[in-house]
Design a protein around this ligand. Structure first.
Ligand code: AMP
Ligand code: MG
Length: 416
């Protein structure tokens, strides 16, 4: 059979085309700040107060006026005690306030001396200051973290645990976030068997366990998606059409793995074409050459569901997901920054012959600050992605010698 070759695209072109299709989904959700980890903010968070709200002490010690302690050994009267959560009275000349970390600095005081540099006398009624303070010392200034009126977190920012703390720190118990993308996931392949259904010793010849379903589902969940797992679809046209038609209802994205090559058993391509439109891309990358993007019509082109088809080989599926589908799903949620951080790191391995395609090598950071290469870079060897903690982005034809600087992308970020 003479199958027309799909156009070869660069990864950058494919990503740009994909992101151009990723209009933010309509609809926002208001969630508890407790529940907002990993969600994309749908509002600008403006602070109505300074954080910290007042000047406060960053030490347990004494608040005083520097003018009263310009010589080592100054004796001051301790006239008040200010624990955290309480506020003091104005401090007069010659006076000190016993103060604790987080307590507001009393009016009139201009420095804190830590208790280790002081000696208390007369049951704490007087203090000798054994250290000449510098004005402002150990005082955390009002607004040094956040000033009133500032945008502390912007719409389109993905919320990290630290961001949740910051939102709480300006008094926000609830946040507006993008709604969760609804994703239908299915695997194709008659060879696939679910773990648990058949024990390893009883696997029929030619069968393999379905790995992709497990990592794709968890990658989707980490991206805040609501996943409908449609299971395994057999390699038959009618079954594929029925599964896609059904999945297009009520979902924002239908994601499949396998069956996107142009073999006779690959039914995804003609089925998507029949139900909508399809761009089958041969992306010039390794692993992961076949990748499909398209639309499944519900009621014509104006009411369509996104479709993405990943290759079946587990590493190809994994790598194309993290490099293409992840940014797409973040954009559907309105995320601004979807490009992973690229780190320049030294290779502690050699690749004397670069592949003719841009290659994503599974590597691991070592204690010497360099990168080691997994020994088997085959697209079926999922061990490489478990052993590795990231990818080296090696340009087409690029050779690598020990000590060369290469571009590293961390799985910690790509799978977050
Ligand atoms: P395909 O893209 O359907 O031609 O599949 C390419 C290779 O990936 C074949 O060796 C399949 O057996 C394998 N494969 C496809 N889907 C899965 C899956 N869900 N889990 C593990 N391997 C798979
Ligand atoms: Mg297949």
């Amino acid at each position: 059979m003479n199958v027309p070759r799909a156009p070869l695209r660069s990864l950058d072109e494919a990503l740009a085309e994909l992101l151009a299709q990723a209009q933010a989904l309509p609809g926002i959700e208001v969630v508890s700040t407790f529940e907002a980890d990993g969600r994309v903010l749908a509002e600008n968070l403006v602070s109505e107060l300074h954080v910290p709200p007042q000047d406060n002490s960053s030490m347990d010690g004494y608040a005083l006026r520097c003018a009263d302690a310009s010589l080592v050994g100054a004796m001051l009267r301790v006239t008040q005690r200010i624990p955290a959560g309480h506020h003091g009275q104005p401090l007069g000349p010659g006076e000190a306030a016993r103060i604790f970390t987080g307590a507001p600095v009393p009016p009139g005081a201009d420095a804190i001396v830590m208790q280790e540099d002081c000696e208390a006398f007369e049951d704490g009624a007087r203090v000798r200051v054994n250290h000449v303070p510098r004005p402002g010392q150990w005082i955390r200034r009002a607004g040094e973290d956040v000033t009133r009126g500032a945008v502390v977190l912007a719409r389109g920012q993905r919320l990290s645990p630290a961001a949740l703390g910051l939102a709480a720190g300006i008094g926000r118990a609830r946040l507006s976030v993008a709604r969760r993308p609804r994703v239908a996931l299915f695997s194709t392949g008659d060879e696939l068997v679910m773990p648990g259904d058949v024990p390893p010793q009883a696997m029929p010849p030619g069968a393999i366990y379905n790995s992709n379903r497990f990592f794709l589902r968890s990658l989707l969940q980490r991206l805040s998606c609501e996943v409908t797992d449609c299971g395994i679809v057999p390699d038959r046209r009618e079954a594929t059409l029925a599964a896609l038609r059904e999945a297009a209802q009520g979902h924002d994205l239908v994601l499949t793995s396998g069956g996107v090559s142009v073999g006779e058993e690959d039914h995804i391509k003609p089925s998507v074409q029949q139900l909508g439109e399809l761009d089958l891309w041969q992306i010039s990358m390794k692993p992961g050459k076949p990748f499909a993007y398209g639309k499944l019509y519900r009621n014509g082109p104006q009411d369509a569901c996104h479709f993405a088809g990943l290759p079946g080989n587990p590493v190809s599926s994994y790598v194309t997901f993290v490099l293409l589908v992840r940014p797409f799903l973040l954009r559907l949620q309105g995320a601004k920054n979807v490009a992973p951080v690229r780190m320049a790191l030294p290779a502690h391995f050699e690749l004397p012959r670069g592949d003719k395609r841009r290659e994503f090598l599974r590597v691991r950071r070592n204690a010497a600050g360099g990168l080691d290469l997994f020994s088997n870079q085959s697209s079926g060897v999922l061990t490489s992605a478990v052993w590795g903690d990231g990818l080296v982005d090696n340009p087409a034809g690029g050779t690598i010698f020990h000590g060369d600087t290469v571009q590293f992308l961390a799985f910690a970020e790509l799978t977050a």
